[in-house]
Design a protein around this ligand. Structure first.
Ligand SMILES: *Cc1c(COP(=O)(O)O)cnc(C)c1O
Length: 426
């Protein structure tokens, strides 16, 4: 499958029916799986054989969809999770424990900021946030002997900062830690972070991958490139015996599959944030058109960004596709085919005017969502990021007047007409 182009993978990867089996990926709506002998099942519990026994650990529908996303990203192994939050948490917690330290770009999704600044902290993992535009030297200065992870978003939600993936990968690798990149916004259609040195990729599949705003979900993909054995002392969870599986050593037994096997067999076993097979089925239907939808999202967003850019009531527009954008060069390098369908902008008159304008929209709905087929808006300072102080908002690149506009796949003229009539009223 890996030799096919990405469009073909969207359709064909993951599910490979044999003679007489369903052509379309079925929903394995079963918590459990049958065996003939007690010994057969015992071997599964010892990780001596691979096979299904309980859906909290693995389910064929979920595995087929994870395999598709894995092939889209060009990784070696992947797993689905119940949400993007769970994906980011597991991706970090799989290699960090109490007493460890991590570094994260300050331009990240609000939920990710809370996760790393507050919740993970309560578990004894300390996170330092760095400006993604800082120099390699400045980022390097934040590393400590117990730093285990560098984390960032390819295109930050909602700040739309484009990550210099190579810069981050280089600093991470110079300090012997993996780079984890949340690739939700560009999707593998527009950017494949492994090609630029990232080691692990996460997704909120809730966004473009699902694409229809119907299922919350997440995914973790491993490139298989990080050499855990080389830094064995730092990653004992992967390189030392696991007493909960009779002392197996993940790197010895599973090689390049070590990271995802541990995350599944240990973290998912114990924390249980699985994606339901029903949702995985729906996600797979979304993935089949990902390449068509992402292209249209980008095409429409480019038109909308141009319109806003030229409007005299608009104070500023942030879209990396615009030539004068701060991140245009990085976007061209890492995402030559387009960035994403999300634009942010502010109106002359500031916060109050921005909020008033949103109430006048007719086609474009105010929803706490982003990156689906329907055009929608959100005011992060009043909604997703309302728990943040003005200082934290600033650090996360979220201006108080910022309107996040997620451009859908309707006709661009209708989207622009709705924006135009709402702008008329202010
Ligand atoms: C939405 C989002 C998340 C969280 O995902 P959920 O599926 O809502 O849990 C994480 N990262 C990014 C970049 C997101 O946009």
């Amino acid at each position: 499958m890996s030799s096919y182009q990405i469009e073909t993978k969207c359709i064909q990867s993951g599910w490979h029916p044999k003679r007489g089996e369903p052509r379309v990926l079925p929903i394995y709506q079963s918590t459990t799986f049958k065996y003939d002998t007690s010994d057969q099942m015992g071997r599964l519990f010892d990780l001596e054989d691979s096979g299904y026994f309980y859906t909290r650990l693995q389910n064929p529908t979920n595995d087929a969809v994870a395999e598709k996303i894995c092939e889209l990203e060009g990784g070696v192994a992947a797993m689905l999770t119940s949400s993007g939050q769970a994906a980011n948490y597991y991706a970090v917690f799989n290699i960090c424990e109490a007493g460890d330290h991590m570094i994260c770009s300050s331009a990240v999704y609000g939920g990710t900021f809370n996760l790393f600044s507050a919740t993970v902290k309560k578990q004894g993992i300390e996170c330092t946030f760095v400006d993604p535009d800082a120099s390699a030297e400045e980022i390097a200065a934040e590393f400590r002997p117990n730093t285990k992870v560098l984390f960032a978003e390819t295109i930050a939600n909602p700040a739309l900062v484009v990550l210099d993936i190579e810069k981050f990968a280089k600093v991470a690798h110079e300090h012997g830690v993996p780079l984890i990149v949340d690739n939700t916004f560009p999707t593998p259609i527009n950017c494949r972070p492994f090609e630029w040195g990232a080691d692990i990729v996460t997704h909120s599949t809730t966004k473009y991958m699902d694409g229809h705003a119907i299922c919350v979900g997440g995914c973790i993909v491993d490139s298989g490139n990080f050499d855990w054995e080389k830094y064995a002392d730092k990653y004992p969870g992967l390189t030392q015996p696991d007493p909960t599986y009779h002392g197996i050593i993940y790197t010895h037994k599973f090689g390049k599959g070590a990271y995802i096997t541990k995350a599944t067999a240990q973290i998912m076993r114990d924390l249980g944030s699985i994606q339901s097979p029903q949702n995985a089925f729906l996600l797979n239907v979304g993935l089949e058109t990902l390449h068509l939808r992402v292209a249209r999202h980008c095409e429409n967003a480019a038109k909308v960004a141009e319109f806003l850019h030229g409007h005299d009531k608009v104070a500023w527009v942030n879209y990396a596709g615009l030539e004068d954008n701060k991140y245009h060069a990085l976007a061209k390098k890492y995402m030559p085919g387009g960035t994403c369908g999300v634009i942010s902008f502010g109106l002359k008159g500031g916060r109050e005017v921005s909020v008033g304008f949103m109430d006048k929209l007719k086609l474009i709905a105010i929803v706490t969502h982003v990156a689906d087929a329907r055009t929608c808006v959100l005011h992060p300072a009043s909604h997703t990021h309302r728990q943040m102080t003005d200082e934290q908002l600033e650090e996360a690149g979220v201006a108080p007047d910022l309107i996040r506009l997620s451009v859908g796949i309707e006709n661009a003229d209708d989207i622009i007409a709705d924006l135009a009539q709402a702008l008329e009223t202010i």
